[in-house]
Design a protein around this ligand. Structure first.
Ligand SMILES: Nc1ncnc2c1ncn2[C@@H]1O[C@H](COP(=O)(O)OP(=O)(O)O)[C@@H](O)[C@H]1O
Ligand SMILES: [Mg+2]
Length: 508
């Protein structure tokens, strides 16, 4: 068997961290070869070595069986390797075609770019790979999904045969991801070799021919897609069985803790964002809100915690009126919130770990006697929570913007659960987290549920809604179009309702 790419014995240290520990990778031409692993497994390091961004301490790289020396991206490009960057390096004030050609413009005379020619060439490449990109569009005006395709065009223009995509779907919507997969299939059919990096097992199973699993800087195994499945891959990635099973049935579901009755709201342009929304969340259950992004989920959460004014209706917590009350009072009544935007609303990123772990509670006992903050209590609280929630931080005075997304989310979850609220609102609680951290957050929510808390879960992942929810409410254009028991529905039915399709038995 001959390989278009072989990496042999790749070894790379960063200080104390062994990022790549004798990594061997063999890649066949014309395949989609995926590399999966948890955050920190060493995937990006390996790809940066291949692309000449990092220098390995030792190891060899072979292209078509010949050893090559790659010391810079231009060496990589000369060897037919291209990398699609995660953070786009495009210039917004230039057109698509100008960006694609940047650095390699065909010139007519000496000074002027031949715009007609570069537009033409960009269009040809775009058509050939089904990228559907307009060469004349300004990059500043195009969506994230299209920007990524411009990066792909750039790499194609450099005549790459091996294309590296490192977490390419991280910033994409589900629809944009589907489009990307179509493009990847096109590229493969044309003989390109794709290195696809991700920690999302579902998409790995969808797009790959062969899969290499990394853990702690080492290769665990390389397997054929047809010989594996999500559960097996997860086990290899994490090194133990992981909780990918649905939550067990709730222990005991009791009366309503939160009641939302006929709530409506409008946005700043007086357009309705919520219309006659009614539901309740009962003690001991997880009510999942399923819906496509932008159908009122954000406004709903904001209305519940007093940040979005409502024009009509009633919100009560344990029988007490909560609408038209200040945020602080609502939270003190016993609502914990894991917000959708963890960096903007969940954390103060310039504050350290222990400060973030009591944020919003600074006027409450035991952190304050009404006048002064007890730093002793703050430190003790942080020590306890860091230990209990296994928050990985060098120390409790570390600024949170230096921690990984998973650890940031653990800080929010730890803080919000620490004051023992009876109602928990979890909005996109695992977005961007790897399996181990997702598993952890899920376990905490189920544990809280079984302690009798009422939990409202908002997630754009239908899989997550189905895994955790006791009942599921579907939100569409600001209205709840159905509330169903988890056991009496399917992903297909929910998907249809999320798109505005009708359903026979919409409960009263
Ligand atoms: N430039 C760097 N400096 C120091 N440590 C790094 C650097 N890049 C990566 N690491 C460390 O190397 C390990 C592997 O990281 P990375 O290759 O980014 O993993 P992955 O892409 O699988 O999430 C991690 O522990 C990470 O913190
Ligand atoms: Mg990475």
């Amino acid at each position: 068997m001959s390989y278009i790419l072989e990496m042999r014995g790749i070894y790379k240290h960063f200080g104390e961290v062994l990022a790549n520990d004798h990594v061997d990778l063999k890649v066949e031409a014309g395949t989609v070869h995926s590399i999966v692993g948890e955050n920190g497994a060493g995937k990006t390091t390996l790809m940066c070595i291949l692309y000449g961004l990092y220098k390995a301490d030792s190891g060899q790289i072979f292209i078509d069986g010949k050893e090559v020396d790659i010391n810079s991206p231009s060496d990589a490009i000369a060897n037919g390797i291209g990398m699609i960057h995660q953070h786009f390096k495009l210039i917004p004030a230039m057109t698509v075609a100008e960006n694609v050609m940047l650095g390699l413009e065909p010139r007519k005379g000496k000074i002027f770019l031949d715009l007609k020619q570069i537009n033409q060439q960009t269009k040809e490449l775009s058509d050939r790979y089904g990228l559907a990109v307009d060469p004349k569009a300004l990059v500043g005006n195009i969506s994230v999904g299209i920007k990524q395709r411009v990066e792909i065009l750039k790499v194609l223009y450099h005549k790459a045969n091996i294309m590296i995509l490192d977490e390419p779907t991280a910033l994409l919507t589900p629809q944009e991801s589907e489009d990307l997969f179509r493009v990847i299939n096109h590229l493969r059919e044309d003989g390109k070799t794709i290195l696809f990096i991700s920690h999302k097992l579902k998409e790995i199973m969808q797009i790959s021919d062969r899969i290499t699993v990394m853990r702690d800087g080492k290769i665990v195994d390389t397997v054929e897609k047809r010989d594996t499945n999500e559960v097996k891959l997860a086990r290899m990635m994490v090194g133990r069985d992981v909780f990918l099973k649905p939550a067990p049935a709730p222990k005991k579901v009791d009366g309503a803790v939160l009641k939302v009755e006929d709530v409506s709201a409008v946005n700043e342009f007086h357009r309705p964002v919520l219309t006659d929304v009614s539901f309740d969340v009962r003690s001991g259950e997880i009510l999942g809100i399923a819906g496509i992004d932008g159908n009122g989920q954000t406004e709903l959460v904001r209305a519940l915690i007093g940040l979005q004014p409502i024009t009509k209706g009633k919100i009560t917590l344990k029988g007490k009126q909560m609408d038209h009350k200040p945020v602080k009072l609502i939270r003190d009544e016993g609502i914990g919130v894991v917000p959708e935007d963890r960096l903007m609303e969940g954390l103060v990123v310039d504050f350290n770990v222990q400060e973030n772990l009591f944020l919003g509670l600074q006027r409450n006992k035991p952190f304050s006697d009404g006048k002064l903050i007890s730093w002793k209590a703050v430190r003790k609280n942080a020590d306890d929570l860091v230990k209990f929630f296994d928050i990985r931080t060098p120390n409790n005075e570390q600024k949170v913007n230096l921690l990984s997304g998973g650890n940031q989310q653990k800080i929010i979850v730890a803080r919000e659960l620490s004051h023992n609220p009876e109602m928990i609102i979890a909005a996109q609680p695992t977005r961007g987290l790897d399996i181990a951290a997702t598993d952890f957050v899920h376990e905490q929510l189920i544990k809280q549920r079984d302690e009798g808390k009422a939990i409202l879960l908002l997630s754009l992942s239908l899989d997550e809604i189905l895994l955790l929810s006791t009942r599921i409410a579907v939100i569409y254009k600001g209205s709840i179009v159905a509330i169903v028991n988890k056991d009496e529905t399917t992903a297909e039915d929910l998907g249809l309702m999320m798109l505005g399709g009708t359903y026979e038995h919409i409960p009263a």
